[in-house]
Design a protein around this ligand. Structure first.
Ligand code: FNR
Ligand code: XEN
Length: 356
């Protein structure tokens, strides 16, 4: 019996199945504005049958962009650019979600196909911020250690972004607290050496994420789910651990978070990551069981049978697909055919002739 196609209800929102599209930067925006690329890319995955589509890391301030070509949501014009895309995703049965992000000390880099290195001032780069004045890597800028005023400004930017996400038609928001970006960099002693209330003990290192979450939850409608993506381990001795992620997940649940999206890594180079199929699934399982909150599993999930087993065996409540969905936007339809014998309602009538 397959369970991958069971609906999943989070607050007032029901996903048609347990397959989500993981947030993936497209590095294709100008001035943070979503455009035709985003419509076609995200729209195709809605037509392909995904239950949830999480729009790429979407910057809450211009300085919070990973690259000058990231999508942003720091003004109403940005929300206006996203609205037709959320409408299309909904029309084709997918729940539109967006990942709200600030890249912190990893901001201001060129897009991967332009080399991915930090961008100089002359080429349009900018000064960056982080918990401490510790650069991500040798060639990176040294971040300015954030002042209390800057912490408040970033919290306000996340909450304004959530308000705009609602106005843009999103039904789900994910806070990006993974991959070495701003919030994760507060969690990890590798990037956070503060001596104030935001550094040192576990309680202090998670304070900023909890405050951001509280401000977002306060403006995000009660009937819409809130997700948080965590790097569940740094994979580095002396870094952030799974045990700390479980403890943070419990606190996030108390703040009204509905699901933890379980990723890992990204705080520093040189981490030893065992990239075998489903290598992050144990994190989703541990947090689901020990923190009592719904989880998403992500990372090297490429086969319909494996995705189904993750749900059926109770390792996670849903799966998120990254690169496999770039290879095949119709993965959900294909998985339904393989597991159920037919793509059923996931196949739009425009495509029925192909399968008659
Ligand atoms: C990513 N990933 C990612 N993660 C995230 O939280 N926000 C983002 O915007 C991005 N951007 C991004 C771009 C591209 C091109 C890739 C390939 C990946 C990570 C992604 O969501 C996912 O967690 C990983 O790729 C692991 O899943 P897969 O690809 O093994 O299914
Ligand atoms: C640890 C890196 C995971 C993969 N990436 C994540 C991104 C963008 C670059 C690739 C992200 O979280 N925005």
């Amino acid at each position: 019996m397959s369970h991958l196609f069971d609906p999943l209800t989070l607050r007032g929102v029901t996903l048609r199945n347990r397959i989500g599209i993981s947030p993936m930067c497209q590095y294709s925006a100008e001035d943070g504005l979503a455009n035709d690329w985003h419509m076609v890319h995200l729209g195709s995955r809605a037509v392909g049958g995904a239950g949830l589509i999480i729009v790429e890391a979407t910057a809450v301030t211009p300085e919070g962009r990973i690259s000058p070509n990231d999508v942003g949501i720091w003004s109403d014009a940005h929300a206006d650019a996203l609205r037709p895309i959320t409408r299309f995703m909904r029309e084709y049965g997918a729940v539109p979600g967006v990942q709200l992000a600030h890249a912190g000390r990893k901001a201001g880099t060129a897009r991967p196909w332009d080399g991915g290195k930090p961008v100089s001032d002359e080429d349009g780069g900018w000064d960056i911020i982080g918990p401490s004045a510790i650069p991500f890597a040798e060639e990176y800028r040294t971040p300015q250690a954030m002042t209390r005023t800057e912490l408040d400004q970033v919290k306000a930017a996340f909450s304004a972004a959530a308000t705009r996400a609602d106005a843009a038609g999103f039904e789900c928001v994910e806070i990006h607290a993974a991959h070495g970006y701003l919030l994760h960099s507060f969690h990890s002693p590798i990037a956070n050496q503060r001596t104030d209330a935001y550094g040192g003990s576990f309680e202090n290192r998670v304070r900023f994420t909890l405050e951001v979450t509280r401000e977002v939850r306060a403006v995000w409608p009660d009937d819409k789910p809130l997700l948080v993506r965590l790097s569940c381990t740094d994979w580095i001795e002396g870094g952030w651990t799974l045990e700390e992620s479980i403890a943070l997940a419990r606190l996030l649940k108390d703040e009204g978070v509905d699901l933890i999206d379980c990723s890992s890594g990204g705080i520093a180079r040189g981490a030893k990551i065992p990239t075998t199929p489903g290598y992050q699934v144990p994190f989703a399982e541990a947090i689901r069981k020990q923190a009592g909150i719904a989880t998403a599993a992500v990372g090297l999930i490429t086969q319909p049978a494996d995705a189904d087993a993750i749900i059926r065996e109770g390792h996670a409540d849903m799966v998120l697909l990254g690169r496999e969905s770039l290879r095949d936007p119709y993965f959900p339809q294909r998985a339904a055919r393989e597991l159920l014998g037919s793509a059923g309602d996931l196949l739009p009538p425009q495509y029925w002739r192909a399968w008659e």
